[in-house]
Design a protein around this ligand. Structure first.
Ligand code: ATP
Length: 150
């Protein structure tokens, strides 16, 4: 079976008024809503590919946070009806820039709080991943806050 490896970043920002986290979702030409990602090229590492893809798809320079990397997998039929066994590894990255320069692969983007983002995503595996990301960021925030109070 043909194998394919992609990489992406779950990009979030903190709303300046509410402090709540907002996640960046993209509306792909195929009709689905997903997280920014794309295929690994040449000798790139997964992190390098993820950073490049986010840059190409959104115009954002986002650096992955240490300590999180999770993969999802699925199969689909390629253009010649061949089965493709795909794995997509995601990192997490924060940005303070909410202006997006969409590539031609996308119809739209949205910054959404967790509940809305989970509803908007098309695929359950991406939903599950986003829930893990949300928990990770909250746990990390709590750990950093308690360190600051010491
Ligand atoms: P990439 O963005 O990694 O370059 P691509 O645009 O070539 O990838 P995919 O986004 O993997 O391809 O889409 C290929 C097929 O798989 C499409 O039919 C798409 O609807 C489906 N698909 C995309 N993401 C998922 C997912 N998380 N779970 C199941 N099927 C998916």
């Amino acid at each position: 079976m043909k194998k394919e490896q992609s990489a992406g970043i779950v990009v979030y920002q903190r709303n300046k008024e509410t402090g709540k986290l907002e996640y960046l979702l993209l509306h792909y030409l195929g009709g689905h809503w997903d997280l920014p990602k794309g295929k690994v090229e040449g000798n790139e590492s997964l992190e390098e590919a993820a950073v490049r893809e986010v840059w190409e798809e959104t115009g954002l320079r986002v650096a992955p946070i240490a300590g999180f990397s999770e993969s999802i997998s699925y199969c689909y039929r390629g253009p010649q009806k061949e089965l493709v066994d795909k794995s997509v590894t995601f990192f997490i990255g924060e940005t303070t820039e909410s202006k997006i320069k969409l590539s031609e692969e996308h119809l739209a983007f949205e910054w959404l709080e967790i509940g809305q983002a989970l509803r908007r995503l098309t695929y359950n595996n991406a939903r599950h991943l986003l829930s893990m990301v949300n928990q990770f960021i909250h746990a990390r925030d709590e750990a950093l806050n308690s360190l600051e109070q010491k």
